[in-house]
Design a protein around this ligand. Structure first.
Ligand code: SF4
Length: 292
């Protein structure tokens, strides 16, 4: 729960505020960019909500914040934010909200599918919050949990315990140590089912992978993200823990695939048509080569 005593001086006066416990994960500024902004090492409120829609966005950010760093001076119905998650993005794909401090506020996603199509899939782990878990249960539970890399596993074990889902992860990111049921290895893509491909993308970490769903949605963990300008793709040079050279190689291999959505753990969601995405990915690779 955010503390008024720790309200950051960068907040504009008014109802919503961010306190000094903010870890600068940028979830709020991405979810409600008309309300929150990154002012440097932390985020703050630069515009107080004025409409119902803005208030809902601010409440969603409050719920999604991994550290409970967003507060209000006035009373609001928390369900305005809570019930908005999982938040629909497109087709049968949702953003889970409820990020976890254990994964530095990384975003996780839910794919809903009937049992005869393989059942629901969680990509990376949200916070194991009762309200979210109940909502996911009413949407059909979780059959598989796809983990992109070791940094974003958060509450994976609790989701496994609750839903009995099989977890998927690459061996080189310690999958055995995490007790993962389906361990992938090597550098070749593996088809999990006809709609779902796991593609090894070493770079950010040694065992990082991305997941391609229906040749349309690419779940990218910390490998690839939209840039804040929303007009290009990017990778995180300063947060590359294993090998930037490997990450460039992995990024280049992604040019073999078609997709329209980049759904990252950190950074902006990016959506465009497949040919524009391909061109932007080429530009991203070219940019990465300038950062060696
Ligand atoms: S979501 Fe919370 S921790 Fe993340 S930047 Fe906003 S206030 Fe800070």
């Amino acid at each position: 729960m955010a503390s008024l005593q720790q309200r950051l001086p960068e907040n504009v006066p008014g109802d919503f505020f961010v306190d000094s416990t903010c870890i600068d994960c940028d979830t709020c500024s991405q979810l409600a960019p008309s309300i929150f902004r990154d002012h440097g090492d932390q985020c703050s409120v630069y515009h107080q909500p004025e409409t119902v829609v803005e208030t809902q966005k601010a409440m969603m950010a409050l719920v999604a914040c991994p550290t409970g760093s967003i507060g209000t001076t006035e009373k609001h119905d928390a369900h305005i934010g809570i019930d908005a998650f999982p938040h629909h993005l497109a087709d049968n794909v949702y953003f889970c909200g409820f990020t976890s401090e254990d994964s530095f506020g990384a975003w996780s996603y839910l794919i809903t599918r009937p049992p005869d199509e393989g059942g629901n899939i969680l990509i990376d782990s949200p916070r194991f919050a009762t309200q979210l878990v109940k909502r996911i249960e009413t949407m059909g539970g979780v059959r598989q949990m796809l983990l992109t890399h070791k940094d974003d596993v958060a509450d994976h074990a609790r989701f496994r315990e609750r839903f009995g889902c099989d977890r998927v992860m690459h061996a080189d990111d310690g999958a055995a140590r995490f007790g993962v049921e389906k361990i992938v290895s090597g550098s070749e893509p593996v088809e999990l089912d006809p709609d779902l491909l796991v593609i090894p993308t070493p770079g950010h970490t040694r065992g990082h992978v991305v997941y391609l769903y229906r040749n349309k949605f690419l779940f990218t963990g910390d490998h690839l993200a939209g840039h804040v300008s929303r007009r290009r793709l990017t990778a995180f040079r300063s947060a590359c823990w294993y090998s930037w050279t490997e990450q460039i190689r992995s990024m280049t291999r992604l040019l073999e695939y078609d997709f329209e959505w980049v759904l990252p753990g950190h950074g902006e969601i990016h959506h465009t048509n497949a040919s524009t995405m391909h061109r932007q990915l080429e530009e991203c690779v070219a940019w990465m080569k300038t950062r060696i």
